[in-house]
Design a protein around this ligand. Structure first.
Ligand SMILES: C[S@@+](CC[C@H](N)C(=O)[O-])C[C@H]1O[C@@H](n2cnc3c(N)ncnc32)[C@H](O)[C@@H]1O
Length: 443
């Protein structure tokens, strides 16, 4: 079939067609990969290794189409009943609830698929081939690359979300999640990924005319709350409402509507990972607590606090964050650290200012360590170029998007940084998301 010419293709695919597919791999974004007449088809709700019948949901592009499974003809040993009945493959694809696109896959396999996505992104966009040390097997290392959050294997990876956003159907006013791949609201009877506290207050099935979004937040050390975003209103609900969170036994103030990791244990997992990465740099004599250390995209200061736990209370660090409310919280959360400064600024603008600073300041930055935790789009070419020019001794990069991380890895490596550590954490079970932590050292 490989040599078949384009002219010999059967009729072009059209939305609504149903075709049989051999599913061969996993792609970024929670979809599997198959081929049909030489064209790539990204298939939702499949598992690599399966044979499925799938319905075409998008066919505009010449190079690829999208489809969703309607029937599993030969199932994977890793297929499970979906954790969310309303997202199950037995439903019409247009009526499946979205946000749990790996919910039909055994947890361990979800993690090995995420590891494949990370390794593939690093190879294709980062120019980094993950390799096994002598005597270790790469497949085994990859299977363990994405680490579970504590307790998730015992709980089946459900009940973890302390933050959920629901939407309101503009026609009926009914509250629910969006459907997979669309902005249609799907009525559901429960939120299996959400914590018991979130489920308790979720207004599922209620009518809320005039409301656009319903954010449910269950803080570790405060009562759960519901933040309503009204239709046509621009200000973010909960921007002025401060709640208390706990990271193990450390308290943090956070805006109810501001950024905080959604998995109950994710802040502790990332705090510990960053603290340990910094501790290793300290042990290797590569960390200078008195240098110009930075926590970029710093939110409420979680990772600056992690840096301080490894480096000691004498740490000098500046957090840079664009949301003023989060900066206020960071200032409060880091108030025990004499050398901490919390700034409201866009990272690119702040780095541009630092690049204009006097030589002694630039020298302190060169001896420093930068922790960065950008949004999904990553730091991007502009910020990585600025970082390369500032040239800090170490960069500890926390990433929620593996492809963005891989692209930024390429830029940093080309600027003379060596990737010396890579870990990944499954803090979004039953979705395709995961978090990575990469350590770079100036060569
Ligand atoms: C993934 S969160 C990380 C927050 C924090 N490190 C934590 O772990 O809680 C990204 C943060 O970057 C902020 N942000 C997004 N774009 C930014 C920019 N261009 N400059 C500064 N901050 C930005 C967001 O407001 C958000 O608080």
């Amino acid at each position: 079939m490989e040599h078949m010419s384009a002219a010999a293709h059967s009729a072009p695919l059209a939305v609504g067609d149903t075709i049989e597919l051999e599913v061969t791999g996993i792609a970024h974004g929670g979809v599997s990969v198959a081929r049909h007449d030489g064209r790539v088809v990204f298939v939702a709700d499949a598992i690599p290794g399966e044979r499925v019948r799938a319905r075409i949901t998008e066919a505009r592009k010449k190079s690829f189409a999208r489809a969703a499974v309607v029937e599993v003809l030969q199932d994977s040993p890793d297929r499970r009943a979906h954790v969310w009945a309303e997202a199950d493959v037995s439903r019409d694809p247009d009526h499946r609830a979205g946000g749990a696109e790996f919910g039909h896959i055994a947890l361990e396999r979800q993690r090995s698929l995420k590891a494949e996505v990370l390794a593939d992104a690093m190879r294709r966009f980062g120019g980094v081939e993950l390799a096994a040390e002598d005597g270790d097997e790469l497949a085994g290392l990859l299977a363990e690359l994405v680490e579970p959050a504590p307790g998730d294997d015992a709980s089946g990876g459900t009940g973890y979300r302390t933050r959920v956003r629901l939407h309101v159907d503009p026609e009926t006013g009914t509250v629910g999640p969006y459907a997979a791949r669309s902005r249609r609201v799907i009525p559901v009877s429960s939120l299996p990924l959400a914590s018991a506290e979130v489920n308790m207050i979720a207004p599922l099935g209620d009518a809320m005319p005039g409301v656009a979004t319903v954010d449910l937040v269950a803080p570790a050390a405060d009562d759960p709350r519901m933040l309503l975003g009204l239709v046509g209103e621009k200000t973010r609900a909960g921007a002025g409402d401060t709640i208390r969170e706990l990271v193990e036994d450390r308290g943090f103030l956070v805006r109810a509507g501001g950024f905080w990791q959604v998995h109950r244990d994710a802040p502790a997992v990332l705090f510990t990972a960053v603290r340990d990465a910094i501790a290793e740099l300290v042990d290797d004599d590569r960390f200078d607590p008195a240098a110009g250390n930075l926590d970029l995209y710093g939110g409420a200061g979680l990772l600056a606090a992690a840096m301080a736990e490894a480096a000691g209370p004498g740490l000098k660090v500046t957090t840079v964050e664009s949301e003023a409310g989060a900066t206020d919280d960071a200032a409060e959360n880091l108030s025990g650290l004499v050398g901490a400064l919390a700034l409201t600024a866009r990272v690119d603008r702040h780095l541009a200012e630092l690049l204009r600073a006097a030589q002694p300041v630039r020298d302190r930055l060169r001896r420093g360590t930068v922790v960065l935790d950008p949004p999904r789009s990553g730091a991007g070419g502009g910020v990585t170029a600025q970082l390369a020019e500032l040239s800090p001794a170490n960069i500890v990069y926390v990433a929620c998007d593996p492809v963005a991380l891989a692209r930024d890895t390429k830029s940093l490596r080309e600027a003379g940084y060596e990737l010396t550590g890579l870990r990944a954490f499954d803090i979004f079970p039953h979705t395709h998301h995961f978090e990575s932590l990469a350590v770079f050292q100036r060569a």
